[in-house]
Design a protein around this ligand. Structure first.
Ligand SMILES: [Zn+2]
Length: 227
């Protein structure tokens, strides 16, 4: 799951209008943003195995600290807690926690059974959506399209950058996604980790977008938006 996570983050602006899109994206992608660090530290590992699923050629050998359900819940509590301490926004904090946890749920749908419930647990879970190319494309593109639509109608561009940066991100994500689905497998686990680090640039891009857009208070569900 890749652009599906972005879709959920963009849609969340409707119910959590106060956090920046950058913060929402960071929450929805949090465990993937942490993953390269754990790969570099040697605490988690991944192998490249073309054909292991139809869509994604990766064997997630071990990733308990980022992708177990328990780790997801703890990261969710941490991110929600830090946001609440900084902003005193209960609604935003709760939604950010839910976004962190939504990552595990979406990965559970997409991955073959390789997700543990807790570090050290031996059972592995995953519904294996990645074994079907049409199903994967349909689900991810619908989530992504829905999220983009929700963010576009919950916010308004303040200036030209507010429209262009948003359109640019959508286009950029689609290109990255299509080239990862239809392109060659990554050359090495190190390359995967470096690509993972580059995800932080997308978080920065989302902050940039959000600074050039304003919440349309008639559209936001919570109504009480403040920057
Ligand atoms: Zn993930």
């Amino acid at each position: 799951m890749f652009i599906g996570h972005f879709g959920v983050a963009m849609a969340a602006k409707h119910v959590a209008p106060a956090p920046s899109l950058g913060t929402l994206v960071m929450a929805a992608m949090w465990v993937d943003l942490m993953w390269p660090l754990f790969l570099f530290l040697g605490l988690e590992s991944v192998d490249i195995v073309p054909g292991v699923t139809r869509v994604v050629p990766l064997d997630f050998v071990s990733y308990p600290y980022t992708h177990s359900l328990l780790a997801g819940a703890l990261w969710a509590a941490l991110l929600g807690g830090v946001y609440y301490a900084l902003r005193k926004d209960r609604v935003g904090a709760a939604w950010l926690g839910a976004l962190v946890l939504s990552h595990w749920v979406l990965d559970f749908v997409a991955h073959r059974p390789d997700l543990p419930l807790w570090p050290g647990g031996t059972a592995r879970f995953g519904l294996g959506m990645w074994n079907s190319m049409p199903l994967t494309l349909a689900v991810e593109l619908v989530l992504f399209g829905f999220g983009a639509w929700m963010y576009a109608r919950t916010t308004r561009a303040r200036d030209r950058i507010g429209s262009l940066s948003f359109a640019g991100l959508l286009l950029g994500l689609l290109i990255i996604y299509m080239s990862s689905v239809f392109g060659p497998p990554p050359p090495s686990p190190e390359a995967i980790a470096y690509t993972g680090l580059a995800l932080w640039l997308l978080v920065a891009w989302a902050y940039w977008i959000d600074r050039h857009r304003t919440v349309d208070s008639h559209q936001a569900f919570a109504g009480s938006a403040h920057a």
